[in-house]
Design a protein. Structure first.
Length: 129
């Protein structure tokens, strides 16, 4: 029974990566007829699938982080089309429901980098000479 859990996890990762590639391709080619999406480059940074593969949380980041809310709204408005396209291209029993969220990991990384460059922290991280 323990061997089944890692297989499910590998499967969810594999399907999530497949969905990420498909969504990236759709957005890159401009297949979604939406003025906001047409005027913004959007990176699909990660897709997390639920264990039953019925739900996909899609993390996105517009290029340079510009107009993030407008891009998210446009993606959410076009969710039905994107779900149909993903369902058509990924051979699964059920079409996954897509949920779009902003990827905050870049902001967290920048914040940590800023903290590490602060003079007080840099002094503490020094060689100690």
């Amino acid at each position: 029974m323990k061997t089944e859990q890692p297989e499910k996890s590998v499967r969810t990762l594999r399907v999530g990566e497949q969905v990420r590639h498909i969504l990236s391709e759709i957005l890159q080619r401009g297949d979604v007829h939406d003025p906001v999406l047409a005027s913004h480059m959007v990176s699909v940074t990660e897709v997390r699938m639920s264990p039953d593969l019925r739900h996909a949380t899609v993390f996105v980041k517009p290029l340079l982080g510009r107009d993030e809310e407008a891009v998210l709204k446009a993606l959410r408005t076009n969710t039905a089309y994107l779900q149909r396209e993903v369902a058509h291209r990924v051979k699964m029993k059920y079409a996954a429901k897509l949920k779009f969220l902003a990827d905050e990991s870049f902001d967290e990384g920048s914040h940590i980098d800023t903290l590490l460059r602060a003079p007080q922290v840099a002094r503490d991280l020094g060689d100690g000479d």
